[in-house]
Design a protein around this ligand. Structure first.
Ligand code: ADP
Ligand code: MG
Length: 226
């Protein structure tokens, strides 16, 4: 009976997600259809409409490509990896974007090796998602601290990302990870939901603490390899 319950819960989550996707994609599609109709009736404004049409298509593309990550878990490729290497690779990937925003990313790790059994691409994906959110929240620049710890007393390795951004109002904290919840113009509100899903598949957990106007700290806990 438990299993049945869990299955129906899953179905309702899928249903909610499908409803959200349909809604999010219908808006740009309606806009596109409207512009095509306009273009059929006039040929003067075509270049202007094409610009907006391209933007709407890019929005659909972004939503669909973010959702594709969710359909990948079947092909989770687990390997023994060093979390420190993954963090460094992501820092190199996102370095230019940070510099352009006056942001310095620092990595604090006492050891050279932080073993995790994981799909490296998926873990890089979540670190990118968190760092992007931090960069987007730090309009005035500043420092983002990535820290790795594995205390002997705990059964997990912790990766934390701490920013000096806008922070998150307390009343919104509980909505994080809800599909399509975003406070950004042009945001998809899918990044945290996808990250949550990936962390869950790795047997991990994540926590967000935040103080308005001071910054946000995301803590990801990975189980120690056995
Ligand atoms: P998106 O980035 O597309 O909005 P996310 O799922 O990545 O979607 O994030 C959802 C929301 O959570 C953001 O719109 C923002 O309001 C809030 N948020 C997430 N991370 C941070 C952060 N580091 N600082 C401030 N707000 C954040
Ligand atoms: Mg995001």
């Amino acid at each position: 009976r438990d299993e049945m319950l869990r299955n129906s819960e899953k179905l309702s989550v899928v249903g909610q997600l499908a409803a959200g996707v349909a809604h999010e994609i219908r808006n740009p599609l309606t806009a596109l259809k409207g512009f095509i109709q306009l273009m059929l009736h006039s040929n003067q404004q075509v270049p202007k409409y094409l610009d907006i049409m391209k933007e709407e298509l890019e929005r659909i593309e972004l939503i669909v490509s973010e959702l594709l990550v969710l359909s990948k878990p079947q092909s989770l490729q687990l390997k023994s990896m060093n979390l420190k290497d993954l963090a460094e690779e992501v820092m190199a990937l996102i370095g230019t974007q940070a510099i352009m925003n006056n942001i310095e990313i620092v990595l604090i790790a006492e050891q050279d090796h932080y073993p995790v059994y994981c799909d490296p691409n998926q873990i890089k994906q979540i670190i990118i998602n968190f760092l992007k959110n931090s960069i987007e929240a730090m309009k005035k620049g500043g420092v983002i601290k990535i820290q790795l710890t594995d205390e002997a007393s705990t059964e997990y390795i912790v990766l934390s990302i701490e920013d000096q951004g806008s922070g998150i109002p307390e009343e919104l904290l509980s909505r994080l990870g809800e599909p399509f919840f975003t406070t950004k113009e042009g945001g998809t509100g899918l990044g945290l939901m996808i990250s949550h899903k990936i962390i869950e598949q790795h047997g991990g957990q994540f926590f967000v603490t935040s103080k308005l106007k001071e910054g946000t700290r995301v803590e990801v806990r990975f189980p120690l390899p056995t």
